[in-house]
Design a protein around this ligand. Structure first.
Ligand code: ATP
Ligand code: MG
Ligand code: MG
Ligand code: MG
Length: 576
């Protein structure tokens, strides 16, 4: 590529509303331009890196045996109604009507559509296993789009969906994807950690996230340097939930309990054996307004402060819960958590226990609705499957470094992370409601066992920059830099020798398949260097009359920018 034929549009300053370094640098380097909140144009420079990430992901998905397809951005509501997510997904799901008044959504994810494909296409056990993937635009109407491409509303995701005969086979597909993800993030040159995670609105019983380590990450992760233990704080705050998750065999049972108060759920939970580092717990409770009228059920998260165990505070808490809540004032929340409650709404705070988050039934599981039904109680709750903490938990730092790790093998350390990938074991979560079956060897229909696997392709651009930058600009890993080599001729328009040497090197590198750009804009060296340092091209060759007289050019790596004189005859080999 020659710079004159390309589109370079760098800026000295980032827009005032840009918050974090990757966002500022992507804007300044002319990689993206904002169109609306959480909606960005990928400019030619940014698209090159995006395509490179896509390519690596595609290669590794193909290598792992997944098959690419493409599902539409627009999806009919009927499928979402079949799985119940039309009701459950909440306001991140963008819904709209067509001219015939039919409901549609913009896909935030594609479990429904791919399961619909599977139930039509997969007839026999002979077609299994199969893993479909796509690289496609997603839309999520995020509550707080921010940080540029990191939390967009419109973003690019690779999403894959595996179909197997048995849960055991599905576990193997999951492991295969896990390995593919490790290869992908290794090739991208990122420092990352795989952590246990919450299954969120995707559902399912087993899930892990891939977190790129960065101080600006929105997620808080804890890990134990002495063992394999690593988890998103959403889980780590409640290690008892992790233990419950492991017992996925338990099934929920709705038990008529006339006259019993719904706090029995709390009783059951509080009677569970607890590990030393339990710090929080999630409860479903109902509550009333001032006049005693019932309000919708709420999920509350209790955070225990200090060294209390649940057993120690049990009696007191139960009293507090049974006696009804005192609702915390906004000021109390702000004082406790350093931020305004915002969407948290009012929360109850019994003594010694802080209830920090609540959310209405609308975006919680059916279980909560069940637990709130008059005269009934739910037993056998599988915490991982049926109940989860509200998203806000990620903002709360109540686990502290040095706490005993849930596996008891050491103490916990903490890091901030950016979630760039997420793998889920789904089992029959989608195949059951959608009746997606295959015929087994005996000709009997069996439910397909599924897994799903996402990678935030566009978020990865931001994540890579958060890990690689300095005061001059971006420092890309070679694998995803928009260009691998830049040739900077000094006086390209003025010196025939410089022009000739530059064109020769450019030709040789192109022949060798190197992604090279020749800056033929005729700019002053300082301006030219500033551009490429901002854009972050890893290898720079400067060609000028003075060096050529000694038969030399200058080479600098973006990482250290130390100039090194290299004989003109050797520079191509050095870069190939
Ligand atoms: P987050 O916790 O950051 O909201 P998520 O858990 O909702 O992410 P998943 O449903 O697991 O996201 O989607 C798979 C991947 O898609 C995520 O691991 C992340 O890399 C990416 N992703 C999710 N939401 C966004 C977004 N708003 N902008 C960019 N990438 C996103
Ligand atoms: Mg999300
Ligand atoms: Mg998440
Ligand atoms: Mg996730």
């Amino acid at each position: 590529m020659r710079a004159k034929q390309f589109f370079i549009s760098t800026q000295k300053e980032a827009p005032a509303d840009a918050e974090i370094v990757s966002q500022k640098l992507m804007l300044r380097a002319g990689m993206i331009r904002k169109l609306a909140a959480g909606v960005y144009n990928y400019m030619p420079m940014g698209l090159r890196s995006l395509k490179k990430i896509e390519r690596i992901v595609r290669e590794e998905m193909d290598r792992a045996g997944a098959i690419e397809l493409l599902m539409p951005i627009v999806q009919p509501a009927e499928l979402w109604q079949e799985t119940g997510r039309w009701q459950k997904y909440g306001s991140e799901l963008l819904r709209f009507k067509d001219r015939h008044d039919r409901d549609f959504v913009l896909q935030p994810t594609s479990e429904e559509v791919v399961t619909d494909i599977a139930r039509q296409e997969i007839k026999s056990w002979r077609q299994l296993p199969v893993n479909f993937y796509q690289i496609q635009t997603k839309f999520r109407d995020e509550r707080r789009p921010r940080f540029g491409v990191m939390r967009g509303r419109d973003f690019v995701m690779k999403d894959a969906y595996s179909f197997d005969r048995t849960a055991e086979d599905a576990g193997k597909s999951y492991d295969k994807m896990f390995e593919a993800y490790c290869r992908i993030f290794d090739r991208l040159g990122l420092v990352y950690r795989a952590v246990r995670a919450d299954s969120g609105s995707i559902g399912g019983s087993r899930s892990q996230e891939f977190q790129v380590i960065a101080d600006t990450g929105e997620d808080l992760i804890v890990f134990c340097p002495d063992s394999e233990y690593a988890a998103n704080i959403e889980l780590a705050e409640a290690p008892c939930l992790i233990e419950k998750r492991a017992e996925a065999t338990e099934t929920m049972e709705k038990v008529p309990t006339p006259g019993r108060d719904k706090c029995e759920l709390v009783v059951e939970l509080l009677n569970k054996p607890l590990t030393a580092s339990v710090k929080s717990i999630v409860l479903a409770v109902d509550h009333q307004d001032e006049k005693g009228n019932p309000l919708p059920a709420k999920i509350v998260l209790l955070l225990l402060r200090g060294d209390h165990t649940l057993n120690e505070v049990k009696a007191e808490k139960l009293e507090a819960l049974k006696g009804g809540f005192r609702f915390a004032t906004d000021k109390e929340i702000e004082d406790t958590f350093g931020s305004k409650p915002g969407y948290l709404g009012p929360v109850g705070i019994p003594k010694d226990v802080t209830i920090v988050a609540d959310t209405t039934v609308a975006n919680m599981s059916d279980f909560i609705v069940g637990a709130n039904e008059e005269g009934y109680h739910i037993r056998g709750v599988n915490w991982g499957r049926d109940l989860r903490e509200p998203d806000v938990v990620a903002d709360i730092r109540n686990v502290v470094e040095g706490d005993v790790s849930p596996d008891g093998k050491g103490t916990l350390k903490m890091q901030r992370g950016i979630e760039v990938g997420h793998v889920f074991f789904l089992g029959d979560k989608y195949s059951a409601p959608m009746n997606a079956t295959y015929l087994d060897e005996n000709g009997k229909p069996q439910l397909l066992q599924m897994g799903c696997y996402g990678i935030g392709i566009s978020r990865l651009l931001g994540a890579a920059i958060e890990q690689g930058h300095d005061d001059k600009g971006i420092i890309w890993p070679d694998s995803i830099a928009p260009f691998t080599v830049v040739i900077c001729p000094v006086g390209y328009d003025k010196s025939e020798e410089v022009q000739k040497a530059s064109n020769e090197l450019y030709g040789r590198l192109r022949e060798a398949g190197i992604d090279v750009i020749l800056d033929d804009r005729g700019l002053r060296p300082g301006v030219m260097f500033a551009d490429w340092e901002l854009i972050g091209v890893p290898h720079r060759v400067t060609i000028g009359d003075r060096g050529l007289k000694n038969g030399e050019v200058e080479y600098a790596h973006r990482g250290d920018l130390q100039n090194e004189n290299v004989p003109v005859t050797e520079i191509a080999d050095k870069l190939i």
